[in-house]
Ligand binder design. Structure first.
Ligand SMILES: N[C@@H](CCC(=O)N[C@@H](CS)C(=O)NCC(=O)O)C(=O)O
Length: 218
């Protein structure tokens, strides 16, 4: 059986965006898997992969790291699940993945950074604060005054996706697909860690997010 190594926090909360991309894909495509929680401080659990990040998907004869690589591996090895419908769908998914990881997640981090410690405890809490503060060269609370600005900008930035959802219901079309899984990771992260008002309750993207949760029984 496939084993998904995914980040876990306080009370076993799973909140990592790339881990959710893979997990929602496995759930929605009904691919059997078991999960292995990995805390920030449990690098020993993933030593076999010779790197320090999750998600990792372990299969009978090996493993794949990185959510985009895992999605591609699933597409290749679960041919009947039709993860990418064609090359256009693969390219659009790749665009969404790169846009998410390079541009959206860094903005979302500024919006929720000061709340992430609430979902961590013990050594994980110290690790998170130390590594992230080293990276941003300052306190994780330093973005707080800019939050309303970043929320406004984020809502504007994702307007093309809002339009697609208004037209089709889902990003992939009439049913959720790989493009929805990739975009979903952003919101699952924010809503797991933060009480911020990221999306207006009338926003079609907010309703899309709720529909994905319902469809996948999350
Ligand atoms: N590009 C990778 C990103 C993986 C990544 O950054 N994972 C984070 C969780 S969101 C992680 O494992 N962090 C562990 C750490 O910071 O020590 C992907 O798409 O899978």
């Amino acid at each position: 059986m496939l084993k998904l190594y995914e980040l876990s926090g306080k009370n076993d909360l799973r909140f990592s965006p790339p881990c959710w991309i893979v997990k929602i894909c496995l759930i929605h495509r009904q691919i059997n898997f078991e999960t292995e929680p990995v805390r920030f401080s449990e690098k020993n659990k993933i030593e076999f992969s010779n790197q320090r990040l999750v998600p990792i998907l372990k299969y009978q004869n090996g493993f794949v790291c990185d959510s985009w690589n895992i999605i591609n591996w699933l597409d290749k090895n679960y041919n009947d699940k039709k993860i990418f419908l064609n090359l256009s769908s693969k390219n659009f998914s790749n665009f969404l993945y790169l846009w998410t990881s390079r541009q959206l997640l860094p903005i979302l981090f500024k919006i929720i950074a000061h709340e992430i410690p609430n979902v961590l405890d013990g050594d994980d809490l110290d690790y998170f604060i130390k590594t992230r503060e080293d990276k941003i060269k300052g306190s994780i609370t330093k973005f707080i005054p800019e939050i309303p600005y970043h929320i406004r900008e984020f809502r504007k930035l994702i307007s093309p996706i809002r339009k697609i959802i208004e037209i089709n219901g889902f990003i992939s079309g009439k049913e959720p697909g790989v493009e929805d899984y990739i975009f979903f990771g952003n919101f699952k992260w924010v809503y797991s860690c933060s009480a911020c008002n990221l999306l207006d309750e009338y926003d079609p993207i907010y309703h899309w997010y709720r529909r994905i949760l319902e469809i996948t029984n999350l």
